[in-house]
Each structure stands twice: as C-alpha cells, then as structure tokens.
Design a protein around this ligand. Sequence first.
Ligand SMILES: *Cc1c(COP(=O)(O)O)cnc(C)c1O
Length: 412
Amino acid sequence: MKQEQNNIATPIMCAHFPYKDAHGSISMPIYSGAAFEFDTAEEMEDAFLGKSGKHTYSRISNPTVEFFENRIKEASGAAHVLAVSSGMAAISTVFMTIAYAGSNIVTSPHLFGNTFSLFIFTLQAFGVEARFCNLLDKEEVERNIDDKTCAVFTEIITNPHMEAIDLKMLSQIAHKKGVPLVADSTIVPWPHFNASKLGVDLEVVSSTKYLSGGATSIGGLILDHQTFDWSRSPRLGKLTQMAGKRAFQVKLRAEISRNMGAYMSPHTAYLQNLGLETLELRYAKTSASCLELAKFLQTIPAVKNVNYNGLKDNPFYAVSHAQYGDCPGAMLTFALEDRATCFAFINRLKVIRRATNLFDNKTLIIHPLSTIYVTLSPEYKKMVEVPDNMLRLSVGLENPEDLKADILQALA
Ligand SMILES: *Cc1c(COP(=O)(O)O)cnc(C)c1O
C-alpha cells in the first residue's frame, strides 16, 4: 500500500532458496538438527572461521533460520538481520552488545512492561542506568544524553500509551550527540515502517506479533541498518578499524549471540516464514478494521477517550500519518468509567478473547494495569502512567460487525 512512498521492494511472496532443494520443496524445509557435518578438517576450520559461510551448529546459525533472516532483510531493507527466540531476547541481546557498566540508556517510562523491567531491574544490576524522560520533549532528551549514553531507545508507537514518536527529530538529537537510535518497531511492520528513512540505526521487533501470523510462535529480530558510526563506542570502537559500519553485526554474530544462546529455533523460523507471506494482507485488513472500530467506539457514550493514531482528531495523527501512512497498526486503547466497569465488560465479551499478545488473527482484549504491569510496586506503577480504566484492544481478522455487536452487548 505505502510501498512506493517508502521505497522498499517487498519480494515477500517470491523468495527462493539459495540452493536448489533436493526434492523441489516449495516451502523452506525445516532443518531442525543441532549440528552440521564436514568432509575434512580444513573445511571445518574454514566454517568455524566464518570463511565458507557454512553452518556448524544451530545455536550459531541454521539454514531455515538464515532463509527467514534473508527474507526479512529484503522486506525491511536492513543491511543485517539476526533472528532470536523472542522480542525480549532481541532487546536484551542488543544491549548486551552495546551497553557497558557505567553507561546509560535514554528512554521513556512509557514502554512495554518487560522492556521497562529489563531496563530498571535487570540491566541496572550490571551498572547500566535507564534514564527515563519525555521523548516528546526535545530539550529534555538533549539534557539527558551525555558521553556515557550508549543509546536512545524508543518504541515507534509507545505501548500502551500510543504516542507516535517523531523519529526523525529523535534521531537528529541522538546523532548530534554521537549516540545511536534504537527503536522497537513491533507495532508497524515494513514497508509501512522504514527505519533508515527515519534515522533509526538499530531496529528490534517482536516477531511473535504481526510476523508469526496467528500467534503461532514466539520470536524476535534484530535489524542493523549500518547507518551508525561506532568508532567512539567503548564496546565497538576498536572493531570499527576492521569492520567499519559492520562493527555491530560482527560483535553480535561472532560473540554476543553465540554466548547468549538465544538464536531462533528452525521450527519458529518455518512458521514465521509462512506468516511473512500473508503479513501485508493481514496488516491491511486488521488496520482497516481497527480504524473502523476506533470510530465506532467514539460514538458510544460509555466509552471515554479512544486512543488510535489513525483517528484524525488524535494528537499524534500528523506524526503517525507522515511516518506510517493511513494504517498505524491494529492496536487501540480506550477507557471506561473505572476498573470495575472494565472488568465487568471484559467478562461479558463473547467474540473478543481475553488474552495478552498483539496482532493475533483473533481480536484480543486486556486490562494492562492488572496484568502486564501488575507486579510493579506502587512507585513504578505511578511512573509508567497506565490508567486503571484503560483497556487495550488488538484487532484481528473477524468481521468488524461481529466485533461491534460483541462490544455493544458487553456494555449493555
Ligand atoms: C510483545 C512485545 C515485546 C516483547 O516481545 P516477546 O516476543 O513477547 O518477547 C517487545 N516490545 C513490544 C512493543 C511488544 O509488543
């Protein structure tokens, strides 16, 4: 839909194997084994040195996963892609590669729950500080960046607050200070989202969501656009002498990914390959339904402040439209009177399913504060600013009329 605008070729439907399959299989076969065999010791040495590009062991690389990575490369325009076991593995592996004791990450408190927890608890134990600020405020971001900042991190549309971040603005501030912009682009897939055009250097994705196609599997992706000069990075600086802009890729592939051991499983890659083939169709349908439902919810008196970037009266409409076109994804939030009203509404739903996750083929509802954020202390709950009367809806492939009827009967 926005293909020409974003200028990315998307040969999602026509990918071929790099080698002819012995049986002419039209789907990428699943190479589920752990290890690969060699004829000679010399060939083995070359493979371990990375000279022949041959696979040795499936924690490091695997033909099925590699095929998936290459298709993502084509779809996204990224220079390098690594597939891992979850969206959280993608985020934590990126910071294992670029952060160091004494460094800081400039970010927003409006984050997916586990990302917030990773920053504030897990990474803190290794001496990495999370600096939470308002990423919509240029001066505040600038003030928080210093010579120990390893990255500015943002979700392209914050979950569940739904702020469409002005990525060009944010990347200009980060780059002026010599810092990379790392963005979680789970919420809008390519070609609707084009990282390098917006100044994003590293992209992380939970492929569990749009890509898997029907919530078949958990997965994550790290996309390196190789737009950033790492020569001043304490972790990657030295590597740039040998690898230039490929420094992140080399560190990630040759050291961090192997050592963290979170490479994607071949079976997951197979499922997500299939998901990729219907991504564009599912995205177009669910985004259109999401916009229709957002407009519908606005007409219901019991529903307060519907939040969807595709609504023309949304404060983020202009930024969202400039960056993602007419379809900023299939997730919206809305508010009812209070928590009790939300719970009663959820309990009466018959078509919409009570589950966490996003971009399943089924429409899903969740009350974020009592689930995703429930284990946070009162102090942290205050920090993440998730209201107690907010519901999050992820719109699926059902007929929107059935969803509207379900909402009406549950509110009655
Ligand atoms: C789900 C999600 C994640 C985490 O992904 P997993 O695959 O569940 O580990 C990260 N960021 C965003 C925006 C998400 O929606």
